[in-house]
Design a protein around this ligand. Structure first.
Ligand code: GLC
Length: 754
């Protein structure tokens, strides 16, 4: 009779909670303590269950999945998009399994969730880590609200090969810059408290060396000397670990003959032991199983054995762990202690996320349209990712402009501007460049729009006539060209880096009208553009700029905003120049003169060594199309008055390097000032330049400012052939520069004893 007074309590939940935690000692337990206490109560089957991640199954929950969850054999799911399904899965885990351990629900939230930000390679061009952090925080809030606890981002693979489609997902070629961006994105996703319902666990991926894929072919081998692994590919992951990243994902590639998911040295020795990583390692999609195809594992039993030994804590999608791990442990081939360690790491993150306290996934609700404030941030991010590469002076467009032709397959395509790895952004919510321009100019400028081609690979020229007519009736032509988003991203390497389809031909037709053409390229990678420049009056690189790309591009074209982005990836003159990057070695025969003999200058029957022996190409020389750190703006910045506080740097001391930057143009502007060093002599040869700092400053027209950087001996070191971090005395050059190819140079000596 008292029932009606007693609120319906789910006693199973209460009991599960009670058993999940022993009577709390005074003061709350740490996640580690909670994980240890729970682990002691788990069977081997249940521990292994935490190490199993499955993908969504499109629709009804299959009975075998229900059974597996009830038996505690599944610990995580990825890509479940249905709210009701997600809630039911969690209910099964919480109420119908023996210990009620919640599932951790994952999603690829790479550059935004519902509000789509520019692709990471574009965001990096802002050189503003804090802006990247804010964007990730928006993505985390939106994803968490939709029921996800964990994203498979940031991707921080350093790469120097634009043929590789996943260049779009990372931060470019430089380990120092990528480290800053990776740490910022981790902090954005995770905030200060993973239990905060607006934060989600991040994932440093893909560990490691994925961006060094031979030939730029995705999934291909990476041959990386240990010192290069330490100096180039590992630093961003170290920065992510130091920033507290909750998880790390292994990469598909082999490193020097051993696939990452079976690589004891990188996972157990470096990541977990040397760096003290306390989160958990998840394999990439079936990357464990793929060790059979690699020729590293005999069968799935061998896969389970080698992955577990290497330190993969959770297996994504393939079933080696679920099918074979228990037998391997019972057979004594895998110590149960390895399983305990893996399960403990996973449980710790689930406790950190507060999943046990929260009976359902984070306040799950159907995704909602972007908030105005989030769209404003996405617009700022898109604006600051734009890189102006050429400008005859036609930009910003004249305020007296009366007619404009907007041409090209990328001018009004709301889907393509969202870029690769967009999962939850809606094209109908993105504003295209055409729409952005129309919104900005209203009736003040007559817009003649003709796509000319339906999509970037389109070879059908039937739209050319209308496009040329539109150009002829306008004062200026804006040609929006580039790549559909499918042409970059995973498994989308390209051997040619040209404008696909008939875009080159369309550009020629537009240029033939004699009207000035402003080329805006939207792509997921650097393209080879040298052959386009004689047909264009300006080149603005807009990447895949996300939901608010259109307004950002319009603001820059019409001068409402000034471009400030700078490249974080070198642009090659030709595919044959790849890999080409700024932090290259000098070689024994560096090219001295920028004016080098070129193919057409070579006399016939020239004597073998008459052309000078230097490391360069006869047909394109040695300089890239555009260097790392390069980008124009609407004003002019002059660098002068380089100063070093001393000509020597003593152990334990600090050298301050400064220069005066002057905005000598007529417009206010933002400048990304870069600090580079060169170690002139080392126990291993060192790069001709290495980025060691950057500052983005805003200067009013005519304003000057002294910009200073501090250098300490520890920043001048590198990992040597024995993988020891060494700081070697000797002469150094130092630059304060606008990009990696120019700037003011000074010299100093690092004294012994550092
Ligand atoms: C993919 C990608 C990885 C992604 C995972 C889950 O193959 O390599 O970056 O997070 O599968 O979608």
């Amino acid at each position: 009779m008292f029932d009606r007074f007693i609120p319906r309590i789910n006693w199973r939940n209460i009991l599960a909670l009670f058993f999940a935690f022993p009577i709390l000692p005074i003061g709350a337990q740490t996640s580690e303590e909670k994980a240890d206490a729970l682990l002691k109560r788990m069977t081997l089957t249940e521990k292994i269950g935490q190490m199993v991640q499955i993908n969504d199954f499109n629709g009804e929950i299959p009975e075998h999945v229900r059974e597996a969850i009830r038996a505690g054999k599944i610990g995580s799911m990825l890509n479940e998009v249905e709210v009701e399904t997600s809630l039911e899965l969690q209910r099964l885990a919480r109420e119908e399994s023996r210990l009620g351990i919640p599932l951790i629900m994952a999603r690829d939230v790479i550059h935004g969730f519902r509000t789509v930000f520019p692709i990471p390679l574009a965001q990096a061009a802002s050189w503003e880590p804090d802006l990247i952090r804010k964007g990730a925080a928006v993505a985390a809030r939106e994803a968490a609200q939709a029921g996800y606890h964990w994203t498979f981002a940031p991707m921080m693979d350093v790469t120097r090969d634009p043929r590789w489609g996943r260049i779009a997902e990372g931060f470019g070629e430089d380990p120092f810059l990528a480290s800053q961006m990776a740490a910022a994105m981790v902090k954005g996703f995770q905030g200060d408290d993973l239990a905060d319902p607006h934060t989600i666990a991040a994932c440093a991926k893909h560990f490691v060396g994925y961006g060094a894929a031979e030939g730029g072919r995705d999934y291909d081998r990476a041959i990386i000397p240990d010192h290069m692994l330490r100096n180039v590919f590992l630093p961003p992951f170290r920065a992510a670990v130091d920033a507290g990243v909750a998880t790390v994902m292994t990469s598909f590639n082999e490193i020097n003959g051993i696939p990452a998911s079976g690589h004891v040295k990188i996972l157990r020795e470096i990541l977990k032991k040397e760096w003290g990583f306390e989160g958990f390692v998840v394999s990439d999609w079936e990357s464990t199983k793929e060790m059979i195809a690699h020729g590293y594992c005999e069968d799935m039993r061998d896969v389970a054995r080698k992955s577990a030994r290497a330190g993969v804590d959770m297996e994504m999608q393939s079933s080696a762990y679920g099918d074979h791990l228990e037998a391997l442990v019972r057979g004594g081939e895998i110590p149960e202690a390895l399983i305990d360690d893996a399960a403990r790491r996973i449980l710790k993150i689930k406790f950190d996320l507060g999943l046990f306290e929260n009976p359902s996934p984070y306040r799950i609700a159907p995704p909602r349209p972007p908030l105005a404030a989030d769209l404003a941030l996405a617009r700022e991010s898109a604006l600051k990712s734009l890189v102006l590469l050429e400008n005859s002076g036609i930009l910003p467009l004249s305020p007296s402009l009366k007619s404009l032709a907007v041409i090209g397959p990328m001018a009004d395509d709301p889907y393509e501007m969202l870029g690769t790895w967009n999962r939850d952004g809606l094209p109908e919510e993105s504003i295209t460049p055409l729409a952005g321009i129309r919104n900005l100019v209203g009736e003040s400028v007559s817009i003649h729009y003709a796509p000319g081609l339906d999509f970037s690979r389109d070879k059908n020229r039937s739209g050319f006539e209308a496009a040329v007519a539109a150009a002829q009736s306008a004062e200026v032509v804006l040609f929006f060209a580039g790549e559909e988003s499918i042409l970059s991203g995973e498994a989308h390497s390209r051997a040619y880096l040209d404008l696909p389809g008939a875009q080159n031909e369309l550009l020629e037709a537009l240029a033939a009208t004699g009207k000035p053409v402003v080329l805006i390229i939207m792509a997921g990678r650097p393209l080879v553009v040298g052959n386009l420049l004689d047909k264009t009056a300006a080149l603005l690189y807009a990447w895949h700029p996300g939901t608010m790309g259109g307004p950002a591009i319009a603001d820059v074209l019409f001068g409402k905003e000034a471009p400030s982005g700078k490249l974080t990836i070198t642009f090659p003159k030709a595919e044959g120049q790849i890999p080409v990057y700024y932090a290259h070695k000098n070689t024994g025969r560096p090219p001295h003169s920028r004016k080098l003999t070129m193919m057409d200058d070579i006399p016939r029957r020239a004597y073998q060594s008459s052309l000078g022996d230097a490391s360069r190409y006869l047909d394109i020389g040695y300089l890239p199309q555009y260097p790392f750190g390069y980008g124009l703006n609407y004003t002019r910045f002059e660098y002068g008055d380089l100063k070093l506080t001393s000509a020597v740097l003593k152990p334990g001391e600090t050298l301050t390097v400064s220069a005066t930057i002057r905005n000598s143009g007529k417009r206010d502007g933002a400048e990304i000032v870069q600090l580079y060093i060169r170690d002139l002599v080392g126990s291993l040869t060192r790069p001709v330049r290495e980025l060691k700092g950057f500052q983005k400053i805003n200067l009013k027209a005519g304003e000057s400012r002294q910009v200073s950087f501090e250098l300490r001996p520890a920043q001048l070191g590198f990992y040597n052939g024995d993988e020891q971090y060494v700081v070697e005395p000797g002469r150094f050059q130092v630059w304060i520069a606008p990009d990696a190819q120019s700037g003011l140079m000074g010299e100093f000596e690092l004294l012994p004893g550092s």
